[in-house]
Design a protein around this ligand. Sequence first.
Ligand SMILES: NC(=O)c1ccc[n+]([C@@H]2O[C@H](COP(=O)([O-])OP(=O)(O)OC[C@H]3O[C@@H](n4cnc5c(N)ncnc54)[C@H](O)[C@@H]3O)[C@@H](O)[C@H]2O)c1
Length: 340
Amino acid sequence: MIRIGLIGAGFIGRNHFNQYEKLGQRAKVVALCDKEPQRRAGDWSGVGGNIADAQGTKRDLGDTKQYAEWRDLLADPAVQMVDICVPTYLHPEISIAALDAGKHVLCEKPMALSVEECDKVLRAAVKAKGRFMIAQCIRFWPECVYLKQAIDDRRFGKLKALSLRRQASTPTYSLNNWILDPKLSGGAILDLHVHDTDWALHLLGTPQTITAQICEREGSPDRVHSLWYYRPDLVVQIEGFWDMPPAFGFNMGFTARFEKAAVMFELSSGKPLTVFKEDGSTETPAMGPNDGYYNEIDYFLGCIERGAGPTISTPGESREAVRMALLEKESAKSGQTVRV
Ligand SMILES: NC(=O)c1ccc[n+]([C@@H]2O[C@H](COP(=O)([O-])OP(=O)(O)OC[C@H]3O[C@@H](n4cnc5c(N)ncnc54)[C@H](O)[C@@H]3O)[C@@H](O)[C@H]2O)c1
């Protein structure tokens, strides 16, 4: 049984708590930290987010210890693994302190707001005795895993074109709206779109060049459209924005055109991932039962149990996801294509 200390009981912290309950044979949240008394006591009635979470909003936390200060949680010897679900600007400081304290660490994406800060975290991870992973849930999302396998095993031939999209209404649910302050969240590019910079790296590796355009609102990037160049016979475009009107909600999707088929997934359509074949037929392959949040935590617990670092989502790759997003900003600012 791995004993968890969860820091941050907001939108994603509540989600992770629910995953640990499902994984109750292997993990237990023994300590919970949030600077808001109501939240650390398990009253999550004011917590919102961009993906519906059907689990209850008021929870009986039983014997889970409650902490107002994350440093006190780190000093608790009962905690073996720390799960960091606080606003992004706090990720590097808490990750480094938790690693230095000898804990295993799962930290929400993105790793940090700059490459320099990512490198500080990486240096702490290299000398740490605990395992470390950034929670890049998309790498573990069933439809995304399917696409990765289809690209790797070439079941539909070579990939010719790929479009990745992540689209949302302007977020209004984070505590005190920290998410809309680019100094705290990095704006849509480092909060939302970084999922896809990470995923594109996972699917295809490092591109040769990036060309991007970004729209800003009050100094915060809230829309990015990007072209990643790999080779002349592959087009990769990625779009991410949170400037949509309130009723839009959230969508993530992709279209992958292979030589012998196209694969499409659009979360908001409610339709399953569909393979469109050249003979006019379609297929809807069965997907695994759990979402990426469950799968990433299941995987990281497995890493700890096996005594091995993650290989699906390595800290170095999470650093690269941040670097690519920042290169997109550089391209948009200069109006030029940037070499990677
Ligand atoms: N993987 C995903 O799909 C996904 C989805 C949403 C958010 N996130 C990431 O998770 C992180 C948190 O986002 P959120 O939407 O849950 O935000 P949120 O505002 O809903 O929750 C953050 C919580 O952290 C607490 N907190 C803030 N500072 C603290 C401190 N110093 N000590 C203890 N608690 C503190 C707040 O009180 C709040 O309850 C962000 O980095 C975000 O990018 C990831």
